[in-house]
Design a binder for this molecule. Structure first.
Ligand code: MYA
Ligand code: JJ1
Length: 428
């Protein structure tokens, strides 16, 4: 069946995941093949220097024409150059993990895979991972078993750094997920979404009514809600670490530099009062009385090409990224038993997340996004229905390489119940 995946250290079927830990025998970098995996004749490996404009251009162009599409091939992800640079250069990144495949004769880039280092906690274990993303093979070279070669080569380069685990997501199912999430979509520009076939126009529904229904208003309403700035980094980092501690699987954000990269550097640089190259939008709530940061919420931009449309060629989508709130840790009345305390916390959190997302929608509209997308991970099920997100036709499946763990709740069973998922890692 799975000629490649059956040879890899991944759980081979559901139910193979009961014991927590590595699947492969222990190895050291000295045990790893020291030369690159062989490519078919006519192709060569090429480290892509993402800091060079012409090279990030090549990756951008490859992905723009050949990366992920929806099931009906109407939309294709269109990651910007600035986004790719941000996504591929977090603190401690390895440039050798930005791996291209070129046609030897012409130098044309026809394949790509990337990894970045990320520390994860999975239940009680914390370990370094490669986060693998942007696997792409040119459409004309599909089904020639190039993908396994790319995967083996990135594995080798990760192992050379003494890292033996990886996390990755895909829209497809292969052996064997630890968690599955669904995509949800909140319209901001329903007229365009209907026009391009992204949203259906249900019978009896009118565009005018949809425009009114989905108008988030002009003003944010949470007192102290403002854009995040560099001095917020230490408080936001501490807040995120506490919040993500509640999930079965979460990114660690060990250093303030990690938070600086993922929340501040992605906000681009201000030129004449206008932000250039912004890829992430981050907001905090500063308590007006204590001046402490109590909440953070963020989203990133990921447009899609609209493949066959006379009028529109780009869907401007914002994706919910990390958020956190301190209300979880509000102490209950001393007379409360643990159960009552948890229930009160849950309710407080629910109200607070809805308030934050209401404000996020105002900001996303202000920045002219057509839609806000979110998965069922984190605590998203607490606000998806109330904030009028509708279920999409896509899923995002989460995988670990060389790590076995019991399944983690991706929020599928709990959409109508306002419960937390187990997933506290958001991939780009
Ligand atoms: S997910 C996004 C993937 N990209 C796209 O979907 C873009 C559009 N599609 C393409 O470019 C191609 O169709 C790709 C496959 C390149 C996806 N993840 O070469 P083939 C298996 C893992 O003949 P092609 C992302 O970026 C497939 O089951 N495996 O096929 C995360 C079959 O194996 P088996 C996949 O269509 C990537 C084999 O490949 C995927 O020409 C994480 C067929 O190869 C997929 N998305 O090319 C990668 N799609 O026979 C794993 C197909 O066994 C990382 N396949 O079923 C693992 C950790 C590595 C680091 C470890 C460090 C310790
Ligand atoms: O965007 C997605 N689906 C949209 C468009 C569907 C077009 C027809 N296939 C969708 N729209 C309905 C929205 C509607 C809004 C009002 C309320 C009701 C709902 O469902 C989907 C996600 O749902 N996107 C994809 O399929 C893209 C691929 C997703 C897998 C990504 C894998 C990434 C791997 C990288 O690591």
């Amino acid at each position: 069946e799975h000629k490649f995946w059956k040879t890899q250290p991944v759980p081979q079927k559901e139910g193979d995941q009961e014991t927590e830990g590595p699947i492969d025998e222990h190895k050291t970098p000295a045990d790893v093949q020291q030369h690159p995996i062989a490519l078919p004749a006519g192709f060569e490996w090429s480290v892509v220097d993402v800091k060079k404009d012409d090279e990030i251009d090549e990756v951008h162009n490859l992905l723009t024409e050949n990366y992920v599409e929806d099931d009906d091939a109407m939309f294709r992800f269109r990651y910007s150059r600035e986004f790719l640079l941000w996504a591929l250069t977090p603190p401690g990144y390895y440039k050798e993990w930005h791996i291209g495949v070129r046609v030897q004769k012409t130098g044309k880039l026809v394949g790509f895979i990337s990894g970045i280092p990320v520390e994860l906690r999975v239940r009680n274990n914390t370990f370094m991972n490669a986060e693998i993303n942007f696997l792409c093979v040119h459409k004309k070279l599909r089904s020639k078993r190039l993908a396994p070669v790319l995967i083996k080569e990135v594995t080798r380069r990760v192992n050379l750094e003494n890292i033996w685990q990886a996390i990755y997501t895909a829209g497809v199912r292969i052996p064997t997920p630890f968690s599955t999430c669904r995509y949800y979509h909140r319209s901001l520009n329903p007229a365009k979404l209907v026009d391009i076939g992204f949203s259906p126009l249900r019978k009896g529904e009118t565009i005018a009514r949809l425009v009114r229904k989905y108008n988030p208003g002009e003003q944010t309403r949470t007192p102290g809600f403002r854009e995040m700035v560099p001095v917020d980094v230490p408080q936001v980092a501490a807040l995120l670490r506490r919040y993500l501690g509640r999930f079965d699987c979460a990114q660690m954000f060990n250093t303030d530099e990690d938070v600086e990269h993922w929340f501040i550097s992605g906000m681009g640089t201000e030129v004449n009062g206008k932000r250039d190259n912004q890829v992430v939008w981050a907001y905090v709530v500063e308590d007006p009385t204590t001046n402490l940061i109590t909440d953070v919420v963020s989203f990133y931009t990921l447009p899609s090409t609209i493949m066959q449309h006379p009028k529109h060629d780009c869907l401007n989508a914002a994706y919910m990224f990390y958020y956190a709130s301190d209300v979880v840790f509000a102490p209950g009345a001393s007379s409360d038993d643990a159960f009552t305390h948890d229930l009160k916390t849950q309710n407080l959190l629910d109200r607070r997340l809805n308030a934050l997302v209401t404000d996020l929608l105002v900001m996303a509209k202000k920045h002219e996004f057509d839609v806000v997308n979110a998965l069922t991970l984190l605590d998203n099920n607490m606000f998806l229905d109330e904030q009028m997100f509708g279920r999409g036709d896509g899923a995002l499946v989460h995988y670990l390489y060389n790590w076995s763990t019991a399944p983690i709740d991706g929020g599928l069973s709990t959409t109508s119940q306002r419960k937390s998922s187990g997933v506290g890692v958001v991939m780009l």
